[in-house]
Design a protein around this ligand. Structure first.
Ligand code: ARG
Length: 456
């Protein structure tokens, strides 16, 4: 395809390092769509005859059907998806195939194909994240009142509800979706027609091809058009952040499934056994979601490093843009699906959660707050008094709400029996009515809004 000035063919190692067809065959649908839009424009502008354009377009349809049925043939000599398709077109329709590449270059062609692919990838991720949010909201609603220990430093801190905890992940996923939506909006410009780097002397209509491919507009600088991979980086950065959230959720499941916690029983469908220890039920799916986040982050780093030193415009380094995006997309899709499945089917042991919430002196802050509110005591002093109450409860091996009133009065005479109304975990969570707080009424209000956001 480009051998006019060469006397010898490439070394076999050159063939191998040069070829991107083993991975860029994934762009075949986008490549054919781009070529069809391009040739329709060439015909309308009188750059190629309508007859040739029709033959090219019909040939491309035939090739699409072949790829659909048998896959894309991997021929390293033909380098990439663009040349594999063009050479097949030549076999099918003869010399007219050679007119397709008028007023374009593989540089704008690949930039266009890849943008189209990333746009579709974002739509897939978007659908997956929506499903994850729906699962989170459904389980949160069932558990809006279920008390569990809330943690800071992974130490029992204050009681919260399981619904509240799950809705925290809903918020993370909401931000993830908005990052993907941003990425999609910024990717919505069509590089096709920028040609190799400088634009073209042919009377093309770039608005026409942009519109035909569903882009908002053509890109505005030909050099930037062929060398910009921000859209791929935007995707990878959004994917990294989403995977990071999935990883945190996975980590919770791993901790919760451990015997000392026992907060969840993982579904059989998302666990594995041990070949040597018959009692084991391992949280492999969650562990792999946690592991995949590292790989996705690695993909993002790989493309950042590839791009950071490149002068304008296209350099072949940029061919390496695709494997990390493909890899990250596959890993992210699996991670979202696995976490959604786990959320939908996990058994929450809410009795166990409640038991732990009651045993960890988690209402100590409520005692201190009561002293401030009812006794007019400065918070620092209330904190100290409460600390002594916790020590007494610990010594007696009882929860705070089972300390006798005399013991509490010995610690501070201003305490009276009204204190017992705030020391239960239910009273504690019910009192946290601040906007976004863990009170079941607040959690339910957020769930109602979330359902509206999700259109369900
Ligand atoms: N396979 C190439 C890539 O993915 C297509 C562009 C090749 N352009 C070039 N000037 N050799 O980047």
């Amino acid at each position: 395809m480009w051998g006019g000035r060469f006397a010898a063919g490439p070394a076999s190692i050159m063939r191998e390092i040069n070829a991107s067809i083993p991975f860029d065959k994934r762009l075949w649908k986008q490549d054919i769509a781009g070529s069809k839009a391009h040739v329709a424009m060439l015909a309308k502008q009188g750059i190629v005859s309508q007859q040739d354009a029709d033959a090219i377009s019909a040939g491309l349809d035939t090739i699409a059907a072949e790829y659909e049925a048998h896959g894309v043939p991997v021929d390293l000599d033909l380098e990439d998806i663009h040349m594999v398709t063009e050479s097949r077109l030549a076999e099918l329709i003869g010399p007219a195939a050679g007119r397709l590449h008028t007023a374009r270059s593989r540089n704008d062609q690949v930039a266009t194909d890849f943008r189209l692919w990333v746009r579709d990838a974002i739509d897939e991720v978007e659908a997956g994240l929506l499903g994850l949010q729906r699962a989170l909201v459904a389980r949160a609603e069932d558990n809006a009142d279920a008390v569990m220990p809330g943690f800071t430093h992974l130490q029992s801190a204050q009681p919260v509800t399981l619904g509240h905890h799950l809705m925290a992940y809903y918020e993370m996923v909401r931000r993830d979706r908005s990052r993907f939506a941003d990425a999609r909006a910024r990717a919505d410009e069509c590089p096709l027609g920028a040609a190799a780097l400088a634009g073209t002397g042919f009377p093309t209509d770039r608005h026409m091809t942009a519109a035909a491919l569903g882009f908002a507009k053509p890109t505005d600088n030909s050099l930037d058009s062929v060398s910009d991979r921000d859209f791929a980086l935007d995707y990878l950065m959004a994917a990294t952040q989403a995977s990071l959230h999935l990883s945190r959720l996975a980590e919770e499941f791993i901790i919760w499934a451990s015997q000392p916690f026992g907060f969840v029983k993982l579904p059989d469908a998302y666990s594995t056994g041990s070949s040597i220890m018959p009692q084991k039920r391992n949280p492999d799916a969650a562990e792999l979601v946690r592991g995949h986040a590292g790989r996705i982050m690695g993909c993002m780093t790989a493309l950042c490093v590839t791009m950071k030193g490149l002068p304008l415009a296209y350099s072949k380094d940029m061919q390496d843009d695709k494997p990390p995006v493909f890899e990250a997309h596959d890993l992210l899709g699996l991670s979202i699906a696995a976490m959604t499945g786990m959320i939908e089917t996990v058994t929450f042991r809410t009795d166990r959660m409640r038991g732990l919430a009651e045993s960890g002196f988690a209402t100590a802050t409520d005692l201190a707050d009561w002293l401030v509110r009812e006794g007019g005591i400065p918070f620092r002093e209330a904190h100290h008094i409460t600390g002594r109450a916790v020590a007494a409860a610990e010594a007696a091996a009882v929860p705070l709400d089972q300390l006798p009133l005399e013991t509490l009065k010995d610690i501070d005479a201003r305490i009276d029996d009204r204190i017992y109304a705030v020391l239960t975990v239910d009273a504690s969570v019910a009192s946290r009515q601040s906007h976004g707080g863990t009170a079941p009424a607040q959690v339910r209000a957020r769930i109602a809004d979330a359902k509206k956001e999700l259109g369900s």
